[in-house]
Design a protein around this ligand. Structure first.
Ligand SMILES: *Cc1c(COP(=O)(O)O)cnc(C)c1O
Length: 429
């Protein structure tokens, strides 16, 4: 593993722990692997921050990007449009509930959330309901690193320093669950009673609920149950509250279904997408809303229009990549890969459960996680041990997670579990 000090002199890395952290310089990538210049390979078990869907440098996506780049690189998306943007909306509509029918383009997950929050607030403003100022969120929810996203992610553990600037939220406890969890019903009941009391006391002043449906990723891969979330949504709807699902991370079959919302009996008013939407090779955010919400902006005076737009909105090359990714996603073999990954996660977790340091194993769709019974200073060394074995894993605090691209073979994934099992028994028992 080569540590490039030159890179470290120049670049301020995200979430960087400064000089303590080793940086590996990557030269190329293909399928489920990333490579150093000398050919050293790492199996990308976290899909490079949960983005890569079909594997790195997928030839079909690369070809679409190249063709689009030589035809139309970019065009102002105000007063002008282009085919790849429209095609992308059409591809997405095949998988979305029919109510979600208007697409607002932006740059990444945080901007898609920021836009959703602004739209939700202005939806009430446009109807002269300016006192619906409170946002409901879930304990541990993470929605990005910009200010609005931080406000509703105030209990994720990432943004405490900035809390003086946050707008008003009420936080619902999130009853998370795992294999062998015995009193989840009790915790769900408690969460619903907290929500009930918020609604009774502040209902009129709450405008919007935002959640990461079924799977809270950044706080530590926490799973909650679909019936619980459906109940929450039904309850808030009785108080005329808008619902935002942040599926930036859960979209595109990570939870086993195309979107987490497919496992619920409710449809949100606003849906945020990002990360895997281009297959994970270029950044794109989408905020998708109902016709009813859109109409509340469209038919009003200038003051009521949604005055928001990022410079590179709807870039055609990025849209072309996303169209190609959606087409791959609709292939039968992608479905099969997701099922295979799910099956191996189950086997792998059954294996790791036998290690004395493994706590709370859990699997949801094509994702799995467990907690290591050790202090976080050990986690950096765990990461390093995995890298030495050719595995790219990136625990969040003490939560180890496997979120591989769909290109991974069942054997590659199972072997990775076996290697991790050996490491745990050797260094963490
Ligand atoms: C990563 C993430 C975001 C932020 O997306 P960026 O592309 O990093 O801005 C928002 N919401 C969720 C659920 C995420 O996992």
């Amino acid at each position: 593993m080569s540590v490039s000090t030159k890179d470290k002199d120049l670049i301020w890395y995200p979430f960087s722990k400064g000089k303590r952290e080793d940086i590996v310089s990557i030269n190329s990538a293909k399928g489920s692997y990333i490579y150093e210049e000398d050919g050293t390979a790492y199996l990308d078990l976290v899909s490079s921050w949960w983005t890569t869907l079909h594997g790195h440098c997928h030839p079909f996506i690369v070809q679409s990007i190249c063709e689009q780049a030589s035809k139309l690189d970019h065009v102002i998306f105000s007063g002008f449009s282009h085919a790849p943007a429209k095609q992308l909306c059409e591809e997405l509509r095949k998988d979305l509930p029919s109510q979600l029918s208007k697409f607002f383009f932006s740059d990444d997950g945080s901007t898609s959330v920021e836009i959703a929050l602004k739209m939700a607030y202005q939806y009430w403003f446009n109807q002269d309901k300016k006192d619906k100022l409170i946002f409901l969120n879930f304990e541990g929810g993470y929605h990005g690193d910009t200010f609005g996203a931080m406000s509703v992610g105030n209990t994720s553990g990432y943004h405490d320093i900035f809390s003086e600037f946050f707008f008003k939220t009420l936080t619902i406890p999130c009853p998370t669950t795992w294999d062998g969890d015995e009193n989840i019903e009790e915790r769900e009941k408690h969460a619903l009673s907290v929500l009930r009391s918020y609604l009774e006391e502040f209902g009129e002043h709450i405008g919007t609920l935002i959640v990461e449906p079924l799977f809270q990723a950044a706080v530590g891969m926490r799973i909650h149950r679909p019936e619980f979330l459906s109940t929450v949504v039904s309850m808030v709807r009785e108080y005329n509250i808008l619902v935002i699902f942040d599926e930036v991370m859960t979209g595109f079959f990570r939870t086993g279904t195309c979107f987490a919302l497919d496992q619920l009996s409710v449809v949100p008013d606003i849906l945020c997408l990002g990360k895997g939407i281009t297959g994970g090779c270029l950044p794109l955010g989408l905020t998708i809303v109902t016709e009813e919400l859109y109409e509340c902006f469209a038919s009003k005076k200038h003051r009521y229009t949604f005055s928001h737009g990022h410079t590179f909105t709807g870039n055609p090359i990025i849209c072309a990549a996303a169209v190609a990714s959606m087409q791959l996603l609709h292939r039968e073999e992608t479905r099969r890969s997701v099922e295979n990954i799910h099956a191996v996660h189950k086997e792998g977790m059954a294996l790791l459960k036998q290690c004395s340091s493994v706590r709370r194993p859990r699997v949801l769709g094509a994702m799995s996680a467990f907690e290591l019974e050790h202090e976080s200073y050990c986690i950096l060394s765990f990461r390093k041990l995995c890298l030495q074995e050719g595995l790219l894993l990136r625990p969040l605090q003490n939560t180890v997670n496997f979120i591989p691209p769909y290109s991974i073979s069942p054997e590659e994934l199972y072997n990775a579990y076996q290697t991790v099992g050996v490491l745990l028994n050797k260094h963490y028992s």
